[in-house]
Design a protein around this ligand. Structure first.
Ligand code: SF4
Length: 265
């Protein structure tokens, strides 16, 4: 049964796709034959979707039927309980704007980079905690009443008061783009009016990224080896689309795993 972070990632990956969620919901009404599942979700890549659900221990595939595993049943039940338990809704929250970028100071850790202080209005106050699941490497601190996020080497902190700080920024353009991205993610959640679903916290290691790369060291990505590529991917210095071989059909599962893992970097 999934319990450790790597297994949780497999489950998150399996449930990140709409077709696979549909299969899970369909199976929640009882065991089904492959033909019935095909009738419900279509034939396209059905084997692939079933394989990922099976790898995540969410389903069991028999000779003639497919059924939810015990873990799969518990997983769906927990998910239902959590959504019924939602204690924060965003129906009263107003869309936010970044009103000003007040200072661009040299970073203490690296003087060639900058530290930015901006302002978000209206302030999100205690509602800020609700947004934590939107950011893969986000953590709400009750102590300082702030949401702290990391993307590559940039660390962003949003305070309940509306103050926003960003460190390790290259220049003002990068700051504005990052702030605009932040605004758009938060406003999309506010437009939906409900709290985003809780998300498992997982830590990605570069060896894990390496595991899913083709490991041919072909250098098409411009790096010396797949190992170097994994390290740069981890540091936000390259992107998955630079690895052309990954687009080959035989690496479809690896590519999907890597896409999910990259979301946690
Ligand atoms: S292009 Fe992909 S397979 Fe080739 S070296 Fe880079 S990471 Fe490895």
């Amino acid at each position: 049964m999934p319990g450790n972070p790597n297994e949780i990632k497999l489950v998150n990956n399996a449930m990140s796709n709409a077709t696979r969620r549909k299969i899970m919901n369909f199976l929640s009404t009882g065991d089904k034959s492959i033909e019935k599942i095909e009738g419900e979700v279509g034939k396209t890549m059905l084997d692939f979707h079933l394989k990922l659900l099976q790898q995540a221990s969410l389903i069991e595939i028999g000779e003639s039927t497919v059924k939810l595993s015990e873990y799969g049943k518990n997983f769906l039940k927990e998910k239902e309980d959590k959504s019924a338990d939602k204690n924060a809704d965003l129906s009263q929250a107003k869309p936010i704007e970044i009103t000003e970028v007040r200072q661009l100071l040299p970073c203490i850790a690296n003087p060639s980079k900058f530290r930015v202080i901006a302002n978000m209005a209206p302030p999100l106050g205690g509602t800020l905690k609700v947004f934590e699941p939107l950011f893969p490497r986000g953590r709400y601190s009750d102590k300082i009443k702030a949401l702290i996020m990391q993307k590559g080497e940039i660390i962003t902190t949003i305070y309940g008061s509306g103050k926003v700080t960003m460190t390790m920024i290259k220049n003002e353009d990068e700051a504005r783009e990052a702030l605009d991205n932040l605004r758009s993610i938060i406003n999309k959640a506010i437009a939906k009016g409900v709290a985003p679903a809780p998300r498992e916290k997982v830590r990605v290691e570069y060896m894990e990224l390496y595991k899913y790369l083709p490991q041919t060291n072909c250098r098409e990505c411009g790096e010396q080896s797949c190992y170097t590529f994994a390290i740069k991917l981890m540091g936000g210095e390259t992107s998955l689309d630079k690895c052309a071989p990954l687009k080959e059909p035989k690496y479809a599962t690896n590519q999907e795993h890597l896409q999910v893992l990259s979301a946690y970097i």
